[in-house]
Design a protein around this ligand. Structure first.
Ligand SMILES: *Cc1c(COP(=O)(O)O)cnc(C)c1O
Length: 371
């Protein structure tokens, strides 16, 4: 039997690698590969979900209660909020709405691994702009890559997987350099973990700058700990979001997810306390990695980045042998989520041991940083 696809598939889709399940963590291991929240959901969140258990009914198509709640919170109209089954869904809808065959989508690379696939599925062409040597978005280069065919630019801050942010001033200058009819998506999946005061904040951008071409994407998956329920949102111009709504698969956001998100917002101060714990743990990890000899970029999400380069696969193996499931990006580096407190010491110990094997002058070594 051959492994060929038995029917005719769009060639660009057939060329995509098939999805392969990642490794589960063992019983005494830690899963630090998906940037999930290590805390269990709050009791009120679980209750709200079971209260909403009329599963024989379709959900409210636009998740109106949650849109109104978010709109009130951000000082916008309910039509300027759009809910999706995860912010990745909203991202897919926006790309589909704005870019098709012959059009270009510009984003930084390396960045979120979903971007190349979503662009290809839309039939559009990806333009990947390399990160700077310190793993940050090169916004001037990205602006220079915008041309006649560009329909979308995606800016990811904090950047998954390197953790670096774009500053507010950098983003404002970038918007000045990009035509006002090009959609700029600011992917802020990790916004709640950001502690750098000069970092861009999509809600501030939308409120302060008159930029109807900007859409900010946020999610309940990371800081709010609802990754398994699939719920995220966009804030932006009503007519841009209408276009996203037009490409959406109808009724994908469940009533349970909407209720859980609303309950999470009611418990926000408690959840943000946990977020502060995770951000502080992240800062300890970064400091510990640097002490151990790593050159790691400033981390503003709930994960850290080890620029292991060509040693990535071998180092990921070393972590896995000790029960830590990390996320290797072969040839580039390893992303490690900030997980349970008990995982921190283990991460630092293994990281400090493998860094010794990096050759002198390797960019993963902390010499540049120490100088
Ligand atoms: C996790 C993540 C998302 C959000 O995913 P959901 O679909 O909301 O779970 C979006 N963008 C980036 C960069 C992410 O890392």
């Amino acid at each position: 039997m051959t492994d060929d696809i038995p029917v005719r598939i769009r060639p660009e889709i057939a060329a995509l690698p098939p999805y392969r399940q990642g490794k589960p963590a063992g019983d005494d291991g830690f899963k630090l590969s998906s940037n999930e929240n290590p805390f269990d959901p709050l009791p009120g969140v679980i209750e709200a979900m079971s209260d909403a258990a009329d599963v024989n009914r379709y959900p409210d198509a636009s998740a109106r209660r949650l849109r109104e709640r978010l709109a009130a919170r951000f000082g916008v109209d309910a039509d300027e909020v759009h809910i999706g089954a995860g912010s990745v869904s909203v991202l897919a809808q926006l790309i589909l709405a704005a870019a098709g065959p012959g059009d270009e989508v510009v984003y930084a690379w390396r960045s979120f691994e979903a971007y190349p696939t979503l662009v290809r599925v839309a039939g559009a062409t990806a333009v990947e702009v390399p990160l700077t040597a310190d793993f940050r978005h090169d916004l001037p280069a990205m602006a220079a890559s915008v041309g006649e065919r560009t329909r979308v630019v995606i800016v990811c801050s904090p950047n998954n997987p390197t953790g670096t942010v774009v500053t507010h001033d950098e983003f404002a200058a970038f918007l000045d350099a990009v035509p006002s009819d090009v959609l700029v998506i600011l992917d802020e999946a990790y916004a709640e973990f950001v502690t750098a005061p000069d970092a861009v904040d999509g809600m501030r951008v939308l409120g302060l700058l008159d930029r109807p071409n900007v859409v900010a994407l946020r999610t309940f998956s990371k800081a709010f700990g609802l990754a398994g329920l699939r719920i995220g949102y966009a804030v932006g111009h009503r007519r841009v979001l209408d276009a996203a709504r037009s490409t959406a698969i109808p009724l994908a956001v469940t009533g349970q997810a909407e209720s859980a998100a609303l309950a999470s917002l009611r418990a926000e101060s408690e959840l943000l306390e946990r977020v502060r714990v995770i951000s502080a743990r992240r800062d300890r990890l970064v400091a510990g990695l640097r002490d151990g000899g790593w050159n790691v970029p400033d981390a503003q999400g709930n994960f850290v980045w080890l620029p292991a380069g060509e040693h990535t696969a071998a180092f990921a193996e070393a972590f896995e042998e000790e029960g830590l499931i990390v996320r290797p990006f072969v040839g580039d580096g390893i992303r490690i989520s900030v997980g349970e407190e008990e995982s921190v010491e283990k991460v630092l110990r293994i990281a400090a041991s493998v860094v010794q094997t990096l050759p002198e002058g390797h960019s993963g070594r902390g010499l540049a940083w120490r100088a």
